[in-house]
Design a binder for this molecule. Structure first.
Ligand SMILES: [Zn+2]
Length: 176
């Protein structure tokens, strides 16, 4: 059994954008910037093997945007997805510093590809995103025409395992 397919929305439809922004606590400017920066990051993808370009943009708690693209490797499994590049870069730039124990440092993540319908983050990336974004944070997936699907992280990764499931650092582990 597969879950229902979410509705594909249009970036150029003011009603769609307005309802997305309202539902996910984004301003229209933030939404537009996520879309533009993810598409721009896609141009920089290093993907000579798959030829599948992906760009990602993450909106930080302080209103900054940090981008990433997929970076492949001749040893295929070594390659990294755009979402993990963007979040790793954001962490390295200090945007996760305020949120010990995980969560809260980032408000939204967008991805852009050259296909339609929109592609969604792979399973590994969903887990990686789970470390840093709240379960109600929007993951916005743009297709080649900038039409999009938006889901909350918790909808993309139900019953997830995250930092809150572990005992706090310095305390006895699950075995006591
Ligand atoms: Zn991935």
């Amino acid at each position: 059994m597969s879950p229902p397919t979410p509705e594909t929305l249009s970036s150029t439809n003011p009603t769609h954008v307005s309802s997305t922004c309202k539902a996910h606590n984004l301003t229209p400017d933030e939404f537009a910037t996520l879309s533009r920066r993810a598409a721009e990051a896609k141009q920089l993808a290093y993907c000579p093997y798959s030829r599948f370009r992906v760009g990602a943009a993450v909106l930080t708690a302080d209103g900054s945007f940090v981008t990433g693209c997929n970076v492949e490797n001749a040893s295929y499994p070594v390659g990294t997805c755009a979402e993990r590049v963007a979040l790793g870069r954001a962490v390295a730039e200090g945007h996760a510093a305020k949120q010990e124990g995980g969560g809260g440092g980032f408000r939204a993540l967008a991805v852009a590809t050259d296909v339609t319908p929109p592609a969604s983050p792979c399973g590994m990336c969903r887990q990686f995103i789970r470390e840093f974004l709240e379960l109600d944070a929007p993951i916005i997936m743009f297709d080649k025409n900038r039409d999009y699907v938006v889901l909350k992280l918790g909808e993309l990764l139900p019953l997830s395992f995250g930092p809150d499931k572990l005992p706090p650092p310095g305390t006895p582990g699950a075995m006591g």
